[in-house]
Structures are given as C-alpha cells and as structure tokens.
Ligand binder design. Structure first.
Ligand SMILES: Nc1ncnc2c1ncn2[C@@H]1O[C@H](COP(=O)(O)OP(=O)(O)OP(=O)(O)O)[C@@H](O)[C@H]1O
Ligand SMILES: [Mg+2]
Length: 355
C-alpha cells in the first residue's frame, strides 16, 4: 500500500495555507490545491521533491529561477505569488494562481486533433508569453503540452497559461556538449519528445530551443502524433538531432491542412537554430494567417489514432471543407465533359439524319 501523502490537509507557512488535495505529480515534485484564508482564495502550490533541497547549488538556482519567474507579467503566464522553503523538511515551494481547466495534453487525448484555428489561437497566445520571458532572458526549457494549461476561469475558454518557466534549469546537470549519452543520464529534466536538437546534445540553450519545442507541441495538437517515429527516449533524442521531421501533410492520411502551414512548422523545426524563426513573435506572425483557414477530416475515414477517444466532437470553428468542395468541382467537370460529348454526338447524329 502507498504511504499517505504527508502534505494533505496540512497547514504550512505558519498556517497561511492549508493543503486541500493533490492536483498531480511531475518529474520534480507535486502540485497541490490549497486555501489561503487571509486572502479568501484558492492557490496552487508546487512542492519540489525534498531531496532537491539537500543541495545548496540547487537551492540557489531555484531562488534565481523562481525570482525571474515571479517577474513575468504576461496574461498567458501563470502568476507566481511567492516561493521559498517550507518549515520542517526545507522542501522548495512555489505558490501560484490556481487554474481551472485542463492541460493541453489532456485536451488532445480527450478530443483528438484540434482544428487549425483552435490550435493556432492557443499557440499564438503561448508565443506571447514566451516573447516576454525571452526578452527578460528566460528560456522555458521544458515546454510540453502538460505545461500549457487551458483555463476556463471566469467563463474563459481555451485561455492558455504557461507553467513552469525556467524550472527545468534547476535540476539541469552539467553536460559535455555533443554527448547524447550524458544527456540521457541527466534525464531528470526536459522531456525527450519535445526537446530541441541542441538540448538533446547538451548544448547551451537560447530562446530558439523553445520555438522548436513549441512547433512539436503544435504538430501534436494538430495530428495527435509526434513528427518522429521513435520507441524510446534515446530514439527521440537521436531523431531530433539527425532525422528530418515527417511532413505535417503526410502524418495522418485523412487530415488535410492549409497549404503552407507544414512549411511554417518545418522552419520552426529546423535542426540549425539559425534557420528557425528569430523570435516567438515572428513564429506567431507566421502562424496567425492560418487561424482563419481550416483542416478537415474526411467523414468516411475516421482517423485510426482516435480509436480510443470516447467521443469525437467536431473540431471547433470549422468552415466549409476543402475536400468536398474539390470533389464537387471534379464532378462538375466530369458532368460538363459528358454534356459536351452528348452535344457533339447529337450534332454528328443529326448531320447523318439530315444527310
Ligand atoms: N497553477 C496550477 N493550477 C492548476 N493545475 C496546475 C497548476 N500548475 C500545475 N498544474 C497541473 O498539475 C499537474 C502536475 O504538474 P507538474 O508540473 O508537477 O507536472 P508535469 O507538468 O507533468 O511535469 P514537470 O515536472 O516536468 O513540469 C499537471 O497536470 C499540471 O497541469
Ligand atoms: Mg509542469
């Protein structure tokens, strides 16, 4: 039997917060819902594994990153209220606004591929949050669908908030550049599926690493697939470095995307960071026009990857489908050819009759 969580129902920080329940656990710790009676509000508290508080270097890195995080004010970045170390076991904690909704990973698992306008509307806002962080010298380093939370606080829908800015840096181990092996050994941070080639190689990162991860997130939201076929974390790392991504347009046979969107994603997924978009804003500007266009699933062929999805609500904001339209034109063309042939045959027949 699992030991009960020591934090549940506990009062912390001199009774200022009462931990109510656990929201989830990730690589670095757990996130709890807690009440703060003095402020009459509910907050979320991320408490990192107590072992992390045993290392002085990690504590100072945590303070540095948490301070930077709490200076971010973009509406699409989660608000950090306070941070520090708990009494007792000295665990590192971050108190932030409590979000209601679900993360992008859950949304895609439950609903299947998002429509192009819906996915892009989310991604463009995430780019805004990243732009502010990048301008302040903060690279996220662990962008993945679990760290993009879609709020529905106050009646909002699909309002993304980016979580865990810079937190991955805390546990990052020193790595020898170019060594994938060492990168895998230090795999307490980052997520192989969403890592940039330079991150997979343990190189020094800049904002363009986040742009690569964001492009993988968009690709997955649109297809529920990743741009590489890999079995193990090591496989993913190697493919990020060495293999070209599977083109968006051919990843799922019955999904059609607006022409050009695949190329925008491909540019963000360039192996060389110099070839990617220069900023998150630039990436957002390249994506924005596609928010007005649409993707369409052919009704006759339900995508195989959605077999496990319980219900398949139609993608939002879809407009008239391109495929049936094209098919209509083809039919009209065939009908016109038959009509002309008919007219020609009648004319020939009439000429014979007249003769
Ligand atoms: N402020 C918040 N409000 C509501 N839910 C949150 C909040 N912060 C995190 N969560 C949710 O809590 C869960 C656990 O988050 P956590 O960050 O510990 O794990 P993770 O994102 O899966 O992995 P990682 O440790 O790499 O970030 C996730 O489902 C996340 O979406
Ligand atoms: Mg997280």
């Amino acid at each position: 039997m699992q030991a009960p969580d020591p934090f549940l129902q506990r009062e912390i920080l001199g009774g200022e917060f009462r931990i109510l329940d656990k929201i989830g656990t990730g690589g670095m710790g757990s996130v709890y819902r807690a009440s703060q009676p003095a402020m009459s509000r509910t907050v979320a508290i991320k408490i990192l594994h107590p072992q992390l508080a045993l290392r002085k270097d990690l504590i100072s890195r945590f303070r540095r990153e948490a301070r930077a995080m709490s200076q971010l004010t973009h509406p699409n970045t989660v608000k950090v209220f306070m941070y520090g170390q708990l009494e007792g076991d000295n665990s590192l904690y971050i108190v932030m606004e409590h979000l209601e909704g679900q993360n992008l990973s859950r949304l895609v698992k439950r609903e299947g591929p998002l429509s192009v306008p819906r996915a892009i509307a989310i991604l463009v806002q995430v780019c805004g949050a990243l732009q502010e962080a990048h301008e302040k010298g903060i690279v996220h380093r662990d962008l993945k669908p679990e760290n993009i939370f879609l709020c529905r606080n106050g009646g909002l829908q699909d309002f993304p908030k980016v979580l865990d800015f810079g937190l991955a840096k805390i546990t990052e181990t020193e790595m020898r550049p170019g060594s994938i092996q060492l990168t895998q050994e230090g795999m307490v941070f980052g997520t192989p599926e969403f890592m940039s080639p330079e991150q997979a190689q343990g190189k020094i990162l800049d904002h363009r690493s986040d742009i690569y991860s964001l492009a993988i997130i968009l690709y997955e939201a649109l297809t529920t697939k990743l741009p590489f076929r890999a079995q193990t974390p090591m496989d993913y790392l190697q493919k990020h470095v060495l293999e070209p991504p599977i083109p968006l347009d051919s990843r799922v046979p019955n999904l059609v995307f607006p022409p050009g969107l695949g190329q925008v994603i491909e540019r963000a997924l360039a192996k060389q960071r110099e070839a990617r978009f220069g900023s998150a804003l630039e990436f957002a500007e390249a994506l924005r026009p596609y928010a007005e266009l649409y993707s369409q699933r052919l009704p006759s062929q339900p995508p195989s990857h959605r077999a496990s999805a319980p219900t398949a609500p139609p993608a939002l904001s879809q407009q008239p489908a391109p495929q049936p339209q094209r098919r209509f034109l083809e039919l009209a063309l065939v009908a016109a050819v038959f009509l002309l042939m008919g007219v020609a045959l009648t004319a020939v027949a009439l000429r014979y009759v007249i003769r």
